[in-house]
Design a protein around this ligand. Structure first.
Ligand code: PBG
Length: 322
């Protein structure tokens, strides 16, 4: 006789009893855009509900985030000065470095992560030093290492290299250790695909490439085996957390990452995913709360320990009131 699988989903309490996957606010990481030359929050048109914040507002924001029980923040900087060597990226008095200090002063226990990439600091918007129209891998590594050291010195707990240069994790690990920052962890954007889902972010961070695209350094989204190789390489280079990005269209990669390594796995629900949900919810076409909780659960079910999401504050409030 065929079994009745509906038996264990008959009531709310039976369903809760056998639920396999849970999401907590402490699993979530909230990205923050910090802009140097401003005093007021500046709403990001393509990401309703998100703003670029001045450093002066971060203390208050960090306390709110900590109060919601969110696991960590991930900082992105918008500097006033851009050039073709990303000189302001490693400035001890740069925007992200100031932001880290402000947050650590207000909320010493809130985990602070920083994006380590030079695209927002380059006039041309590419993630590395240019040699003609090519991004020069090895010439970029010292810049990334220098930026990571300056973040560590300012008090970052975790640096997250996203430039997709080969050996960036190893170069950063070595440089951090040489400066005595043995305890600064690395969250590697290991499986970062070249994706149209980053569209709204590039407006938010003012980091769109002025010519061409990022296909020569970010992964081809058609390739899963190649992503495995990148993940394995970052494990060997000393990553502490592996990340898959974008999120919702890449759950197969999250699952592979989970099966490949015992390191914590993070999935990044990127700007385009956020904006799609917001746009549909604004039109009344989707129930935002339900969609967000469903997608967050899906990331966790696929094997992600952590989810980086612009919905973190709303989701934390919903989860805490459940
Ligand atoms: C920097 C960086 C990007 C994102 C995170 N770090 C943009 C890009 O690679 O073009 C995208 C995040 C998002 O879309 O939410 N290289």
């Amino acid at each position: 006789m065929p079994n009745r699988l509906r038996r264990m989903r008959r009531t709310d309490s039976l369903r809760a009893l056998v639920r396999e996957t849970h999401v907590q606010a402490s699993d979530l990481i909230y990205p923050i855009f910090v802009r140097e030359a401003q005093t007021e929050p500046e709403p990001i048109a393509s990401m309703p509900g998100q703003s670029r914040l001045p450093v002066s507002m971060l203390a208050e924001e960090a306390k709110k985030i900590q109060g919601l029980g969110i696991g960590a923040v991930l900082l992105f900087g918008l500097p006033t000065h851009k050039d073709d060597r990303a000189r302001s990226s490693g400035d001890p008095r740069g925007v992200v470095q100031k932001a880290i200090r402000a947050i650590k002063a207000a909320t010493p226990n809130l985990v602070v992560m920083t994006d380590v990439c030079v695209c927002a600091y380059m006039t041309h918007g590419h993630c590395g030093v240019l040699n003609g129209h090519e991004v020069d891998n090895d010439a970029t590594l010292p810049l990334l290492a220098n930026m990571a050291i300056s973040h560590a010195e300012a008090g970052a707990d975790v640096v997250a290299p996203s430039a997709m240069m080969d050996q960036q994790v190893g170069a950063i690990r070595t440089a951090l250790n040489q400066k005595g920052h043995h305890d600064t962890a690395i969250m590697a954007y290991s499986a970062k695909f070249s994706s149209a889902f980053y569209g709204p972010f590039r407006e938010a961070a003012d980091s769109a490439p002025s010519f061409g695209d990022r296909a020569s350094y970010q992964h081809d989204y058609a390739n899963a085996r190649h992503a495995r190789r990148e993940l394995l390489q970052d494990v060997e280079e000393g990553a502490d957390i592996l990340m898959v990005k974008p999120g919702i269209a890449y759950l197969d990669i999250v699952l592979r990452a989970r099966e490949l390594s015992d390191l914590p796995i993070a999935a990044y629900a990127v700007s385009g995913e956020y904006s799609m949900i917001k746009a549909a919810a604004e039109r009344g076409w989707l129930d935002e709360k339900k969609i967000v909780l469903e997608t967050l659960t899906a990331f966790r079910r696929a094997g992600a320990d952590l989810v980086i999401t612009y919905h973190a504050k709303e989701a934390a409030a919903w989860l805490n009131n459940n």
